[in-house]
Ligand binder design. Structure first.
Ligand code: SF4
Ligand code: SF4
Ligand code: SF4
Length: 325
């Protein structure tokens, strides 16, 4: 079957070059265009193969446990009080939606196919947009996109202001209060925590390992590879099963491409939606919006400076702590 990118060929290092994780450059240069699309890695999710076993969810949780928040309580009182507390620390087992502790969940859709009711199970997480508004519009430079297309929120820089959530078409990033830099610098006034989401196991990819959810899946539901190859494969699979593709153009294009045996409008009608439960609507390109584009141009250099200042602050704090010990 054509040029299939299996987990074996990935592990052989064929994609090592594309998988470099150098951060995307100089502040100011990132405002208008993302990294070269040809270097971006995408994943293909074949919905028809998923059996809903949840192995991927468990693997994500276990592998990324060290990255999950460990909040200090009681939380400082916030002014204005509209900066609400968001606390998932006593609900870490919730697995039917995205939370700061659950970066991947399985969505269920009862749909009709060829006159028969079928149940689809669909892994959902960050789409890793080609030109991600969460990165371009973060005023503090806390969100970054790597050359390989992965977007990541740096927990040492994020203040939890939720801008990334507001500009994400799927409301992916989730906030935890009582953790992060705001506790040191503006405990009563800043964003009230840190935002968390799938970072597509950027550290594993840097070591030529597969993301944990892909490695754990017993059905090989996900395939990873250069975006253009993944798009070609998605269309060939869709043709084979008379199916449908989602993610190629949504929000200007994403690095997560779903192929489904039924139209996505049917899936969207059937899934439970709400906070932490992304939909499957057609998502317009948020970075094509003139206001967002203008904001990105202004934000980029300021965010670069803010991020550099926060990194320096964190470094100084670490040095101070180690000199006391
Ligand atoms: S491990 Fe694979 S088959 Fe199981 S729920 Fe996740 S994607 Fe579906
Ligand atoms: S899906 Fe949302 S959080 Fe993920 S990269 Fe796109 S804008 Fe950012
Ligand atoms: S890529 Fe990594 S962080 Fe993202 S859902 Fe899969 S296991 Fe979790």
């Amino acid at each position: 079957m054509g040029q299939q990118i299996s987990r074996r060929s990935f592990l052989k290092g064929g994609l090592a070059a594309a998988a470099g994780v150098a951060a995307s450059g100089v502040p100011g240069s990132r405002a208008l265009a993302g990294p070269d699309e040809r270097k971006q890695l995408a994943t293909l999710i074949d919905i028809s193969k998923c059996i809903g076993c949840g192995e991927c969810v468990a693997a994500c949780s276990e592998t990324n446990a060290d990255k999950h928040p460990n909040p200090q309580k009681p939380f400082p009182k916030m002014y204005p009080p509209r900066a609400k507390v968001s606390d998932w620390s006593d609900k870490q087992d919730v697995d039917d939606r995205l939370t700061p502790y659950n970066w991947l969940f399985i969505q269920h859709a009862g749909v009709e196919k060829d006159g028969e009711e079928i149940e689809l199970t669909i892994p959902r997480r960050c789409m890793h947009c080609v030109n991600p508004p969460c990165v371009k519009l973060c005023p503090w430079g806390a969100a970054k996109q790597f050359e390989n297309g992965i977007s990541r929120i740096d927990p040492e820089i994020c203040l939890g202001g939720s801008k990334c959530n507001k500009v994400c078409p799927w409301d992916i990033p989730q906030r935890q209060t009582g953790v992060g830099l705001y506790l040191d610098i503006l405990p009563n006034f800043a964003g009230n925590g840190v935002m968390f989401k799938c970072d597509r196991c950027y550290d594993r990819i840097a070591d030529d390992d597969l993301p944990a959810c892909i490695e754990a899946c017993p059905e090989d539901v996900q395939t990873i590879g250069p975006r253009d190859e993944i798009i070609r494969k998605a269309h060939s699979l869709a043709k084979e099963i008379n199916g449908h593709v989602y993610g190629e153009t949504e929000n200007g294009g994403t690095n997560t491409i779903y192929v489904s045996p039924v139209p996505f409008v049917d899936i969207n009608n059937a899934i439970e939606k709400g906070k932490g439960k992304p939909d499957f609507r057609k998502a317009r390109d948020r970075m094509a919006d003139a206001n967002n584009l203008a904001a990105a141009v202004v934000i980029a250099p300021l965010a670069g400076l803010a991020a550099a200042a926060r990194k320096a602050y964190n470094l100084a704090k670490k040095r101070e702590r180690s000199s006391v010990q």
